[in-house]
Write a protein that binds this ligand. Sequence first.
Ligand SMILES: N[C@@H](CCC(=O)N[C@@H](CS)C(=O)NCC(=O)O)C(=O)O
Length: 201
Amino acid sequence: MLIALYADGTDFEYRLLDQDHPENFAELLRHWPFGKFPILLDDGEPLIETTPIIDYLYAHYRGPNDWIPPGEMEQRVRFLDRFFDLYVMNNMSRIVAEALRPEGSKDPYGLKQARKELNTAYDWIEGQLGDPWAVGDLFTLADCAAAPSLFYADWVEPIGEARPQLKAYRAALLAHPAVAHVVDEARPYRHLFPLGAPDRD
Ligand SMILES: N[C@@H](CCC(=O)N[C@@H](CS)C(=O)NCC(=O)O)C(=O)O
């Protein structure tokens, strides 16, 4: 969501979810009891989940980016958005969640499955990507989903040298000004990454 807001130059108020702002977390829970973020409040009305949030921004606060280009490209953009969210982000999250499980509740089988599925996702997407962005010239919703998922996925399960297209795509994403902005903004919290953040990116 932040990538879309920064890339479009859309004005918004950022409300931090940290120990110094318990009221923000309480409000998040009021709107979305799962406590997952981001959510967007527009005139007090909550929009939940990044994909519908970007759909909403595109419909109501359109900026210079064609997040969901109409026509034939829409199907591909939406498919890749689901791919990065469900097969890359979710498996990356399973690996991080395993690190947070208390002793006695570890799930080595689940961890192995998550790593396997992440590698399947890397292998599947290699050769499927456009240049420079997921679907070609346009920076779209699919790239907004790809950036955070590949950013962290590569930390927990390296993409490696065997998927040069995916590796180059991740590097291109991190060099996009809006992505770089989000990455820099999150840098002070990096030490909190449960598996330990590598000394790069
Ligand atoms: N599919 C959701 C993902 C929401 C999500 O899992 N957010 C993560 C951070 S990016 C979160 O809230 N993690 C904290 C938690 O699970 O408690 C989206 O794209 O918005």
